[in-house]
Design a protein around this ligand. Structure first.
Ligand code: AMP
Ligand code: ZN
Length: 468
């Protein structure tokens, strides 16, 4: 039975989706003002392991992850460089997906960008204002927390000590708020600044929190199953999302809230502002494989803090290489026909432990231990010529099942030749002419998985190798 530690209830709870056989989940995505660091990737890997395990369990998954492509840092940097927001964020969005693919994450079904959903946000804000949950002040619009008595139910923060008062200013917002806790849904933008939208609710730009309410409701409906992000998002971001969504709809927004602990370095949270971070690119440039980084980041359960060290990564590199060697040796072994009951029992034990681990709030370290125990037993059987053909087939299948969740057994494929790439591109163009878009997409995905990125331009298809 699959259970999650739900931040909302503070309990380990059995997972039951709202719609039978189907899971709708939302993970807060990156703010594309710079490259993502591997701490960010740890949190996105929580989403990846979650979606993969739900699929392993037979659920149909719809996973949405937003791209925050407007915020103070992005605006400042774009203004400093004299470029538009889109021009500023484009290379970081591209880099983000390169890292995302390289570290072996499955792309979410929908990855909406905030700047492309301004209308959904302003509509939601107008709805909140009409119901008394929001008010305008100096052209900005604030959420009226006093209108939502359940505020604090996720973070369990007691707000009783906060002073209510018209002139209270506790954050950097320049404008008057009714209550210190109230947060901006919409920020007025003064003339002379380009990062603004002219909308029915005025000229301005959205606050950060509103995008996740608007876009999750757009793609997953007003109530959905799972919401995840890093622990730093519990308050205020997720608390505010609940206030916005439930304030507007009167329905429960999300049933299960999962929060990933931070990746640390020398005991401190990895962060851009502290400068104590690595990006995936930094590590690849030092000769590490993305699979080893992936292994390292998923090796500890997501709710545990994890201290990142290069030494630990070196050891992950060895572990991953030995798992990949193991699978190759198993596949290449010449064995006699028949089956060995001991191997059957070992495989059954491993599967049971793997599922028991992941069922227990995605305990990846227990599930990985199941894989390591199995490889040890099979290695011994191989050395003693005790493995039979049926075991070999079943074990390879079992490893493929495990790998559908962990994605650590694949060896990096050899680089594709230009001629191979061009042949596939020609086949894709032909498929598109036939309006066989499924095949065309399949080819694009296949190329993407091999590190080849296609760009459809007016002059035809251009391609490049990832990272070049
Ligand atoms: P951001 O790009 O800053 O919006 O963050 C993207 C995601 O990374 C959010 O879910 C954050 O909670 C998460 N995050 C930020 N720092 C860390 C860290 N050191 N370890 C794990 N997750 C993090
Ligand atoms: Zn969010």
């Amino acid at each position: 039975m699959l259970k999650f530690q739900n931040t909302l209830s503070g309990q380990l709870e059995e997972f039951r989706p709202l719609r039978e056989g189907e899971v709708r989940m939302y993970c807060c995505g990156p703010t594309v003002w710079d490259f993502a660091h591997i701490g960010n990737l740890r949190t996105f890997l929580l989403g990846d392991i979650l979606r993969r395990y739900l699929k392993f369990k037979g659920y149909k998954v719809t996973h949405v992850m937003n791209i925050t492509d407007v915020d103070d840092r992005i605006i400042q940097q774009a203004e400093r460089k004299g470029v538009t927001l889109d021009e500023y964020t484009a290379p970081y969005i591209e880099a983000f997906w390169q890292d995302f693919d390289a570290i072996g994450m499955e792309r979410p079904e929908v990855a909406p960008r905030a700047t492309q959903h301004i209308k959904q946000m302003t509509e939601l804000i107008a709805r909140l204002e009409a119901d008394g949950h929001a008010y305008a002040s100096d052209g900005s619009i604030y959420y009226r927390i006093a209108s939502f008595p359940q505020y604090g139910k996720l973070s369990k923060i007691n707000f009783a000590g906060n002073i209510v008062g018209g002139s209270e200013r506790v954050d950097t917002d320049k404008y008057e708020k009714e209550d210190a806790r109230d947060f901006a849904l919409w920020k007025a933008v003064e003339p002379g600044h380009d990062a603004a939208w002219d909308t029915e609710i005025g000229r301005g730009r959205p606050g950060w929190h509103i995008e996740c309410s608007a876009m999750s409701m757009q793609y997953l409906d007003e109530s959905f199953d799972i919401h995840c992000g890093g622990v730093d998002l519990i308050f205020p971001h997720h608390e505010n999302e609940i206030a916005q969504s439930e304030g507007a709809t009167g329905r429960k927004f999300v049933n299960y809230w999962l929060h990933g602990e931070h990746l640390k370095i020398n005991g401190e949270s990895m962060s851009k502002s502290k400068g104590n971070y690595f990006t995936l690119r930094d590590l690849v440039a030092q000769g590490f494989t993305p699979t080893a980084v992936r292994y390292s980041l998923i090796s500890a359960p997501y709710r545990k803090q994890y201290n990142f060290t290069l030494e630990g990564l070196r050891s992950s590199e060895k572990t991953v290489a030995s798992l990949q060697d193991f699978r190759q040796r198993l596949a290449d072994a010449r064995v006699e026909a028949g089956s060995n009951p001991q191997m059957k029992a070992a495989a059954a034990r491993a599967l049971k432990q793997f599922e028991a681990g992941l069922d227990d709030d995605l305990n990846t370290s227990v599930a990985l231990a199941a894989i390591h125990d199995l490889t040890r037993e099979v290695n011994t059987a191989l050395a003693d010529c005790q493995l039979r053909a049926d075991d070999q087939r079943d074990l390879l299948e079992l490893i493929a099942c495990f790998d559908a969740v962990f994605n650590i057994f694949s060896r990096p494929q050899a680089e594709m030749l230009d001629t191979e790439i061009q042949a596939l591109i020609a086949e894709r163009q032909e498929a598109r002419r036939r309006r066989d878009f499924a095949r065309a997409d399949e080819i694009r995905d296949e190329l993407n998985a091999r590190g080849i990125i296609l760009e459809d331009t007016r002059d035809g298809v251009r391609w490049k190798r990832r990272g070049m």
